[in-house]
Design a protein around this ligand. Structure first.
Ligand code: CA
Ligand code: CA
Length: 370
């Protein structure tokens, strides 16, 4: 006797009862994976509501992990480590020029994963809406660590990202930023709690992104320094590069710090918009602490100390109030100028490590370093 599948039997039963409902194979809502093939397929096959949990280990995919499938705001697609396990997704086995993970999709939540050793960019989210990235690391890749790009980049949150050691060797370090939000548009994008350091180009770069981006509670340091013995090194090394390519846009940076970068701490990079910079600290950058020559930036309650190019370079359209270079504003002392604790592990909840570095106790000026 011929066996029939459960699916066929259900369909026959449904049809015989005259019901309009067509039986469909059930998808498991939660998929637990423990090897690269299963990880690749889980990402490829995920639909709204799918939860992918990745078991501990280092994964070496041989092709870019990617999806164009949307979750929804009420049923996002989740990609995360299993429990509190440590998961590294390593690009060493990818073809040259590959990214590790590419989403062209909406409503994904990605958390507690490290993307390392990418041949090119580690993570790229293209024209994404409503994605949440939490406690992700993008490290030691061949171009920018974390990228949002494209028109329709809307309401994405990047929380507690570590992005460091990225370097584009073929182009002598001129491109690899910690975070690149470039070549696109869309409102509601937030970077918070980021630690962006020792990248060959900039800490964060908003080149040619024409809608306002908000950055807060972030650290950008040690970028643009030739750590790779590159005799033709071209890294720029701005802590916060807030424009480029002719855009006029009022990006916002609150309560963040830049130190030890080879370029400027915070800069417009030709953006003529009303950039808002509040309660930030620029310390010991090689360029200016704050470089805003052509914009109509609003600089308030910022603290600049020991920057090679001076505290501030500002054009006549800049509004400056309550900063330590403004008349009548004193410069509080730092509790510590030893940055070693800034490299420590994050808290169990993923927040920046506790530090007294560049803290002052002031309630009116400079970053609070948390
Ligand atoms: Ca550059
Ligand atoms: Ca850059």
């Amino acid at each position: 006797m011929r066996r029939i599948s459960t699916f066929t039997a259900l369909a026959v039963t449904t049809a015989s009862l005259g019901l309009a409902v067509i039986a469909t194979p059930a998808h498991a809502a939660t998929v637990v994976v423990s090897n690269s093939t299963d990880l690749t397929n889980a990402i490829k096959n995920a639909t709204a509501g799918t939860v992918i949990q990745v078991r501990a280990g280092t994964y070496y995919p041989t092709a870019t992990l990617q999806s164009t499938t949307n979750g929804t705001s009420s049923a996002p697609i989740t990609l995360t480590a299993y429990g509190s396990e440590t998961v590294k997704i390593d690009g060493s086995s990818l073809p040259s020029g590959s990214w590790i993970f590419k989403l062209t999709a909406d409503y994904w939540n990605v958390s507690n994963l490290t993307f390392q050793n990418s041949p090119d960019s580690a993570v790229v989210c293209q024209s994404c809406t409503g994605t949440n990235w939490s406690n992700v690391k993008t490290i030691n890749g061949g171009d920018s660590g974390f990228t949002l790009t494209g028109d329709g980049t809307v309401n994405n949150t990047v929380k507690n990202l570590d992005s460091y050691g990225n370097y584009d060797a073929a182009t002598h370090g001129q491109n690899a930023d910690g975070v690149a939000i470039k070549f696109g548009s869309g409102t509601g994008n937030l970077v918070t709690g980021a630690r962006l350091y020792n990248n060959s180009d900039d800490g964060i770069d908003l080149w040619s992104f024409s809608s306002p981006v908000t950055i807060e509670h972030s650290w950008s340091f040690g970028n643009g320094i030739n750590r790779w013995g590159d005799s033709a090194f071209e890294g720029n090394g701005n802590g916060y590069k807030l424009g480029g390519n002719g855009v006029t846009v009022a990006h916002v940076v609150n309560n963040s710090a830049a130190w030890g970068n080879s370029g400027n701490g915070f800069t417009e990079n030709s953006n003529t918009g009303a950039i808002v910079i509040n309660r930030t600290t620029a310390y010991a950058n090689s360029g200016s602490g704050y470089y805003f020559a052509t914009s109509s930036a609003k600089l308030g309650k910022n603290l600049a100390v020991s920057n090679g190019g001076g505290s501030v370079s500002k054009g006549s359209a800049v509004t400056s109030a309550g900063n330590n270079w403004d008349s009548g504003i004193s410069t509080p002392s730092f509790v510590s100028t030893d940055a070693s604790t800034t490299y420590n592990a994050r808290s169990s909840s993923g927040t920046l490590p506790s530090t007294t570095f560049l803290t002052t106790g002031s309630t009116t000026i400079g970053a609070t370093m948390n």
